[in-house]
Design a protein around this ligand. Structure first.
Ligand code: GDP
Ligand code: FE
Ligand code: FE
Length: 201
């Protein structure tokens, strides 16, 4: 993957440099997940004709903020009152939406498409471009994940049915969260409604 280049996307790092930066932010296990998301996202990028450089950049950075302590996020919310409504939802929701701010401010990556893909990688969004969708689904289907129903999502994603893959992943994620009595971020439900409607239910 040495041919990857991020300059076009405003990132002044080689892939090697970026990989080191990301590795420092997280456990080895999570870092391996990030590399598998990148590999999966690049496969999808070829199917859906999206630039592999941009996909690699967003994939490597998607969980940049995942291991930040809660207190850091609570401080960030305090400094940016427009994010106050995120307070009850915890790291699951913070690490994407606020993680994108950390990437921008700490790594000086300003590309709006890349930042948006990071921002929405957990919940999805009603308006997602192909980059957003590829990162969202690559995170869900990377080969290290194994749970019931995942192969159907993989088959859909690899056969040109990206929106259907997203709809099914949202169904399964909501079922999983509800079964565990976890708090649901309201926007996750809006995204679910949007994608199940697209599926013609
Ligand atoms: P990861 O960061 O690679 O583990 O994957 P994600 O960023 O996609 O998801 C992180 C966690 O957030 C997963 O356990 C999801 O099931 C969970 N999640 C997704 N949507 C919501 C939501 O609306 N509320 C909560 N509390 N968790 C969610
Ligand atoms: Fe994540
Ligand atoms: Fe992830």
């Amino acid at each position: 993957m040495s041919a990857l280049d991020y300059k076009e996307y405003g990132a002044n790092y080689s892939r090697e440099e970026l990989v080191k930066i990301v590795a420092k932010q997280m456990s080895e296990k999570r870092f391996e997940h990030v590399l598998r998301v990148e590999e999966t996202a690049i496969k999808l990028a070829k199917i859906y004709h999206v630039d592999s450089n941009m996909v690699s950049l967003a994939a490597l950075l998607h969980d940049y903020g995942k291991e930040r302590p809660d207190k850091d996020y609570l401080k960030l919310i305090e400094e940016n009152p427009k994010y106050q409504s995120l307070t009850p939802y915890g790291n699951n929701i913070w690490h994407g939406i606020l993680g994108a701010l950390l990437v921008r401010d700490e790594l000086q990556i300003e590309n709006e498409e890349v930042l948006h893909a990071i921002k929405v990688h957990t919940t999805g969004a009603i308006f997602m471009n192909l980059l957003d969708k590829i990162i969202f689904i690559a995170d869900y289907i990377e080969p290290g994940r194994s749970f019931q129903g995942i192969d159907e999502v993989r088959d859909l994603a690899y056969s040109g049915k990206l929106d259907e893959a997203i709809a099914l992943s949202l169904v399964q994620t909501l079922q999983f969260l509800i079964k565990k009595r976890q708090i649901i971020f309201p926007y996750t439900i809006e995204v679910y409604n949007h994608f199940v409607n697209l599926g013609g239910n």
